[in-house]
Design a protein around this ligand. Sequence first.
Ligand code: MG
Length: 402
Amino acid sequence: MNSRSFILSTLVLGPAAAAALGAASTGTPFYGDPPDRTHPWAIHDRNRPQPPRVEPGTPSTQAQPGKPPSDAIVLFDGTAASLAKWESDTKPGTPPEPSKWIVKDGAMECVPKSGYIRTKEQFGDCHLHVEWSAPVKVQGDSQGRGNSGIFLMGLAEVQVLDNYDNPTYADGFAASVYGIAPPLANALRPPGEYQSIDIVFRRPLYRDGKLIDPGYITVFCNGVLVQDHTPLEGPGGHMKRSVARPFPDRGPLKLQDHGNPVRFRNIWYRPLPPRAAEGGTDGALTPEATLAKRKEIAAGLRAAAEKLPAAGTARFLQLAESLVYENESATAARVEQLAAAYVASLKALAGGAVEAKKGEAKSVQRALAYLARHGVVAPSYAPKSDLDAFTKARGWDDEKKK
Ligand code: MG
């Protein structure tokens, strides 16, 4: 059942009957606190989209890489064919060249002095998964042992380094944001074993030349949190104090050739949805963005209401619900008219027929109470006063719900 037919069945049949038909309830209108100046959604808003389904992957073992989640975009799966998704990181303006790294035992291995490699694909904010393994033969120390690097958008480096038993400067440690932030812990496995790295990357955002979000990097190394939403101070880098600056919208993922035959496997990413500052509708938005989204939700509810039966209360209640998002004057007038007509129709019923309308009348009463409580209609709203008096006279009052 799609959401449209779900809403239809819920409103026409009521939630209990809709549930009996197998439709899950996504919530009730006129329930939680309404949208406000910076939040387009009500609390427990049934109109808020359901999260997309992602089939989870499987964890990796040392012997075998796990399966990526269903929405992952695979950048390297251990095959020579997937190495073709990468190329040499040649200088801008020069023709592309195939990567000189090699595929060995289901991994891609850096060929020292062959140069950095980059993905042909370009992307921005992401959840990136990478597994790397430093050479079993331990050579060198500090920055010279098992060094490579994961460059997000080709700019900010999450360090790859064999620091299992190898001190170095802290802001150049494995899983550091190089030149910016040491990792919170050394959670490395010995050289030769695969390290499983998950990175959540948000690039810096600027508007009209002004910083509105510094960008953040979160990293888990072998399941241990090692970067906790670390703010970017620019891309970081070697020796020089990093300076905050805009990033492009997209860039390639780059892997570093630092002269060590480091291996990589099971590389995939999932693009992340936009933040509120760039068009997302979850979290606190600007008043302008909130207003625009509220208008859009209201327009959708009004359009859907017209497809509901004119008889009964379904259409009327959905139009009333739209006022919670946008108190549009023509709709408000129509809702008031429909509410007044509804109360009049109740009053016109004979004794036995009135009793049969108790549930319906109380659902309308609850909706009107919600609208009055949250200032969508005036406390003196005539249809509400009339209906309250009507239900009270019949002893239908339910103090808990008022
Ligand atoms: Mg490096």
